[in-house]
Ligand binder design. Sequence first.
Ligand code: NAI
Ligand code: MG
Length: 359
Amino acid sequence: MTIAVMGGDGIGPEVTAQAVKVLRHMLPNAELEWAPIGLAGIEARGKPLPDETLALAKRADAILLGSVGGSVRGLDEARLPRAERPGTGLLDLREALVLFANYRPAVLYPELIGASSLRPEVIEGLDLIILRELNGDAYFGEPRGITTTPSNERVGINTIRYTESEIERIAHAAFRCARGRRKKLCSVDKANVLEVMQLWREVVTRVGRDYPDVELSHLFIDAASMELVRKPTQFDVIVTGNMFGDILSDAAAMLTGSIGMLPSASLGHDHRGLYEPVHGTAPDIAGKDIANPLAAILSVAMMLRHSFGLEDRAAQVEAAARAVLAQGYRTADIQQPGCRLVGTREMGDAVLDALRSAS
Ligand code: NAI
Ligand code: MG
């Protein structure tokens, strides 16, 4: 099996290096191949997604990615042409591999209950997955761009666009996911205002008839945001579009204590997947060996589970992450009184030690 490794920018390579230690331990025979992406890609080949990176991604069984983004040659990334932005490399990669389903679990580890911004009794037992559609919505819809009106005023346009088949495939993925868990699916939309979301609700409801064992509910995005903070444990699986999913999953991230704890998997029609922490390149802490590598390490667990069907080994990695938290290891983002403050590498080593002593 071939696994593509793309560290990316900022803390991406730092956390990915720790995840790779775990990956090598769990899959000693896998072939790992490194390729540049994002800013690293621009520096190497002048493109955020160089051709050889895309070619590698296409022949790999799985991709382990750090994070991409930052400023380029002293320029603010948001001011660069779209094709040159580091983040475009990642969007192109997800689109080229038709990775349309982004699974973002938000699990509260009991050891981190004090690190959440919510009261322990509200957050205790939190275990939900946000399933974010990844190939459509305002991120890809046409028309888009900044143009000038006849009266010489600038206008910015993006288009929220979903076809029925795009909604169907993410809905099927969501019902299957809920079926394997607590059988509750909440679809989040804005059907009261947006036509595209009326279609979303209609199609999700229709697909739901194939899954009578799964309890389906619907919420508008504004109400869902409220409910996520009011009573987050009511949710099992949440399915939503690309943009709402982006925002809602960051909110869910904070419920668990730190975005540095949250892995993600982006999957398509087959076993191939892209695994990456939810967080970005964290320029404020890059290069200091203080980033939390657990999100990247837990992304390896998702890879073992979803791309290679190795549920046991996935569970071992998750148990090792829990074990180091129970032993009191903490990176700065989850530091609590009386715990042992460690850096990125030391945390990676601690997880590796926990895996070794468990086997
Ligand atoms: P961010 O996730 O990079 O950082 C947000 C905050 O969380 C910062 O205070 C950061 O220090 C902290 N943080 C993030 N990961 C952490 C970790 N592992 N350990 C400890 N603390 C951590 O989001 P932000 O600041 O909005 O974006 C920074 C750059 O990352 C931008 O260029 C953005 O476009 C890019 N980005 C890339 C993503 C990706 O590659 N998938 C996702 C999100 C943002
Ligand atoms: Mg985000």
